[in-house]
Design a protein around this ligand. Structure first.
Ligand code: PRP
Length: 181
């Protein structure tokens, strides 16, 4: 797997340190609020697992499965809900946990949908923010790192379901996906 990576952007240790800082900030901001962290599957599973261990206040988790890419490197603009929340969120402080905000289409659709359910508050925490690709403005409340417009994989992020288990985040070599888009 590692031979398919052009460059490591964030090492395991850099990610750990940054996640710790984000977790601490969330702990302070949500003190006494019993937030519900909503993990957007599948990419955010690793970030969520590490993030919750850095949160020092009572909280709960739930999961939503969204699909927008259909195995390709470009967003189709179509957001499909594959699994909805099991938890009612009316009156709850909801924090959406994402691995990456790219065009913003997914977060726009998810925040619109969850907003209709009248949560007490609704915020976004993303590990990666690819600001220059934005098609729709999205308010990112917490982020781990800003990333350049490169195809990044690892630490939950995939290309055709591969590379999610890499403990670091790296840029995928172009030859792996070129001609397949
Ligand atoms: C990825 C990522 C975000 C979305 C971001 O999900 O996890 O949910 O794309 O892109 P956008 O800002 O352009 O909408 P993907 O559909 O690849 O599914 P996955 O999480 O299962 O990998």
């Amino acid at each position: 797997m590692k031979e398919d990576i052009k460059e490591i952007l964030f090492s395991e240790e850099e990610i750990k340190n940054r996640v710790k800082i984000v977790g601490k900030k969330i702990s302070e901001d949500y003190k006494g609020k019993f937030p519900l962290l909503v993990c957007i599957l599948r990419g955010a599973f690793m970030f969520l697992a590490d993030l919750v261990r850095e949160i020092e206040i009572p909280m709960s988790v739930d999961f939503m499965a969204i699909s927008s890419y259909g195995g390709r490197t470009e967003s189709t603009g179509q957001v499909k809900i594959l699994k909805d929340l099991d938890t009612p969120i009316k009156g709850r402080h909801v924090l959406i946990v994402e691995d990456i905000v790219d065009t913003g289409l997914t977060m726009d659709a998810v925040t619109r949908l969850l907003g209709t359910r009248k949560p007490a508050s609704l915020k976004i925490a993303t590990l990666l923010d690819k600001v220059e690709r934005r098609k729709i403005p999205v308010k990112v409340d917490y982020y781990g790192f800003r990333v350049p417009n490169e195809f990044v994989v690892g630490y939950g992020l995939d290309y055709e379901e591969k590379y999610r288990n890499l403990p670091f985040i790296g840029i995928l070599k172009e030859e792996i996906y070129k001609g397949k888009e």
